[in-house]
Ligand binder design. Sequence first.
Ligand code: PMP
Length: 338
Amino acid sequence: MNIKNNILETIGNTPMIRLNKVAKDIPATVLAKVDYFNPGNSIKDRMALKMVEVAEQEGKLKPGGTIIEGTSGNTGMGLALAAVVKGYKCIFVTTDKQSKEKADILKAVGAEVIVCPTNVMPEDPRSYYSVAARLAKEVPNSYHMNQYDNLANRLAHYETTGPEIWEQTGGKITHLICTAGTGGTIVGTAQYLKEKNPDVQIWAIDVYGSLLTKYFRTGEIDMNEVHPYISEGFGEDFVPKNYDMSVIDHFEQVTDKDGAVMARKLAREEGLFCGYSAGSCLQGLMQLKGKLKKDDVVVCIFHDHGSRYVAKIYNDQWMIERGFLDVKTFKDVISSRG
Ligand code: PMP
């Protein structure tokens, strides 16, 4: 018999898939680590499980306890799956920028979801960081996971994502391209890959409106860099503790429009129906393709599935309203369909 004892045992070991059409102008071999194959449809299942396991080992999460987290959805889904199997309750705090479907999905797996305003500073009492911290003090037998500063986040990628990529490429990987939010994915994966081969280049993809790129380049936390952006899941308005900038070689910023357009291209040309950040990741690679050579082996990490974005980047009207899709092109498409 070949049986998984519970859903958590299906986390990780996701496929590495060659990009063919979208990468045809790039001289290198371009591969995607497609992490929407995780049970919660995102890479965040890996770190959610690890954060729960570490909290249990450290006695911070006790039987019947409540998991509290500020999450845009994907971490919440991973935590909710772990909570269902292990018998914890979940309260998630999210922002009004995130897709409504993301909150509904979390409720479907038994979590309570509190929505906070997006455009307030992290230290504002209404921000989702502040609300999550306050709940952790007020709710009895609860633990605030804090994916930003909890180093179990990057540890999950050091222990799983990094080794899988190394093995799947037969140690031939030369470049890792990954969007950066909490930093857990890129830093943990990079720490492992650089240990195996210090020459592997690690390129972080950020969005305009996030302060991470300027911080990487200058060491300065410049709040003038921060402005609202539409892209979801990556970019930050502060520097989480999961960052170790010494394992990252380059930061590249992309626009909201370019990321969205590229995600749609990825779905239509490769059949990879991924989230917004996967489009941004690929767009970042396109901006950097001049640095690549024929023998390079490039791995892009695609964090989540497109189903969470059907009302957004995969909706033509939403794209047109933001100037991301040319109305003329759109009309041409409609008329060509008759
Ligand atoms: N893309 C998506 C869709 C995400 O949910 C996240 C996590 N916030 C990221 C990218 C960035 O990953 P990390 O937080 O590990 O830097």
